[in-house]
Design a protein around this ligand. Structure first.
Ligand code: DGJ
Length: 519
């Protein structure tokens, strides 16, 4: 049995340890239905993943599939998934699709779906309905206040984790995502009689203590009361589920968030979900989770990862765009914000598996169709992954030292000035072109006069620090690559080519410099 994976937060940086060693997952999340069929996985998905240079993927296991009858479990699909991933040398983060998926309860087994008395849904009020493109989903969402439902989910999850503990002898499963994009859509809270009664009661002691508040939910949290109320009940439900599973197989578990975004009202984005604004409530309610993870489809990628890597929250990106921007954002996420994993959504579609998501459906999820344009991603994303993998032995120890700095041209910036020990570096972003990555990359200082510069679509110029009257001069510039952790040089760039210019195709340059006084 391999060592179980774990997340450690060291100097504010989260690191995922797999078999005792730091691991950065460069992968992707599969489409929702792919992993429900072993045959489909074998015929379409595993072959499509091979050219991508992924070392891990985010795949799904659903409650409806493993517990078709109450108390009767069938783990064949889990066994096949783990065995095939192990054979492919790909680690798995498994999403537990159970009580909630994008707010609604579509993945519960039939025997739960058909018993709406025992497993009762949320209720919305006409007066409080939040207009969303997703519709009013309260009646499709089993209430997190429904104890019978939460306990049934926890029993199934415990059985799943016990089974994984028995069969996963190679440590292929490295993390578990509990549910998916939790929160109530269409209504700020559950207005069932049961929930109304809880809302009118004093807040639980733990909440009163954490926030220094008293009285009922409205008195304690004012106009934000609905969201805090739902966050408490969702997070404590998740705690019941996650802790039941972790007792059987102790690997890291997290919850992912549909971001707080336009239109910015709880219920228009899932109310009570694990967004950073609710982190104190989620940490209090669900201490078993090691982090809250963002699903990023908004254009302001850097702002989101800055937020989700702050306040001791380890960064892990379970979903992001699959378009060509990801070939650039990955450098920022890994080298500047220390992500433990990076996963464009529907990764199998980069190499030809058809996407079955139309623009109307994506609008209901508040996602722009362009997030999933494949144009260029099949060329550039695997190259970015290959390059980053080849440098992992250098990247991992440099995280958080200030000697590794990443960047990305999120919008219309022209560049960035980055300070290193002896020099500053002017990074000038290349232009934006259809089907090509925007600028994104990183610089690694290996000694004060020697650097690796890598990424896509930018130029770098080494300059003296502001107040120094020095000339900074390249001594040697080389193209090349890392093979088995060793630098193997290509051309020596001199004469007409004497500069650090990284093309669209992800690549790396090594530069050695000197500086001297000229007057
Ligand atoms: C976000 C969800 O978390 C995923 O399961 C999937 O539905 C994508 N959106 C689709 O774009």
């Amino acid at each position: 049995m391999k060592k179980l994976s774990e997340v450690r937060v060291e100097n504010g940086i989260g690191t995922l340890y797999v078999d005792g060693k730091p691991f950065i997952g460069l992968g992707g999340e599969l489409h929702n239905s792919s992993a429900s069929s072993t045959e489909y996985m074998r015929e379409k998905i595993w072959p499509a993943l091979r050219p991508l240079h992924v070392n891990s993927i985010v795949a799904t296991v659903s409650w409806e599939q493993i517990e078709p009858e109450e108390g009767v479990f069938d783990f064949q699909i889990v066994d096949d998934l783990i065995a095939d991933a192990t054979k492919e040398g790909i680690k798995l983060t498994i999403i537990w699709f159970a009580l909630w998926k994008n707010g609604i309860s579509s993945y519960v087994p039939e025997w739960v779906k058909l018993d709406r008395k025992t497993y009762w849904p949320c209720v919305s009020l006409n007066a409080t309905k939040v207009s969303t493109r997703f519709g009013d989903n309260a009646h499709r969402t089993i209430s997190p206040l429904c104890k019978a439902a939460v306990e049934a989910d926890a029993r199934a999850f415990r059985a799943l984790m016990k089974h994984i503990d028995e069969v996963d002898t190679e440590g292929t499963v490295i993390m578990m995502q509990i549910e998916n994009e939790i929160g109530l859509i269409g209504s700020p809270r559950d207005y069932s009689d049961f929930a109304n009664a809880r809302f009118a009661e004093p807040v639980p002691d733990a909440v009163a203590k954490e926030y220094g508040v008293s009285g009922n939910w409205r008195e304690a949290f004012g106009t934000d009361a609905e969201e805090y109320f739902m966050a408490w009940y969702y997070s404590t439900a998740v705690e019941t589920i996650a802790s039941a599973g972790q007792a059987e197989h102790n690997i890291p578990m997290y919850a992912n968030a549909w971001l707080q975004q336009y239109p910015d009202r709880p219920g228009a984005y899932p109310s009570g979900g694990p967004i950073m604004k609710m982190r104190r409530m989620w940490r209090l309610g669900a201490p078993t989770l090691c982090m809250l993870a963002p699903d990023i489809y908004v254009p302001y990628f850097e702002k989101v990862i800055a937020e989700y890597s702050s306040d001791g929250n380890p960064l892990f990106i379970p979903e992001t765009q699959t378009n060509v921007r990801s070939a650039a954002t990955v450098f920022l996420a890994v080298c500047e914000y220390n992500t433990m994993g990076f996963n464009p959504f529907g990764i199998e579609s980069v190499f030809g598996v058809k996407r079955e998501m139309d623009s109307g459906f994506l609008m209901s999820l508040n996602i722009n169709m362009s997030a999933f344009s494949n144009e260029g991603s099949e060329v550039y994303l695997p190259k970015s992954y290959e390059l980053l993998h080849s440098m992992m032995d250098l990247i991992i120890p440099a995280r958080g030292t200030g000697k590794l700095r990443g960047f990305f041209n999120g919008d219309t910036d022209t560049g960035k000035l980055i300070p290193f020990s002896k020099y500053d570096v002017h990074v000038t972003y290349g232009g934006q072109m259809q089907g090509k990555p925007p600028a994104g990359g990183a610089i690694l200082e290996v000694s004060e006069d020697e650097f690796y510069v890598f990424g896509t679509n930018f130029r770098a110029e080494f300059v003296p620090k502001n107040n120094e009257m020095l000339t900074v001069e390249p001594i040697r510039i080389e193209e090349g690559k890392f093979v088995d952790g060793k630098w193997v040089r290509g051309r020596i760039l001199n004469g007409d080519e004497r500069r650090v210019s990284i093309p669209f195709m992800p690549s790396i340059i090594r530069i050695k410099l000197q500086s001297y006084e000229t007057c």
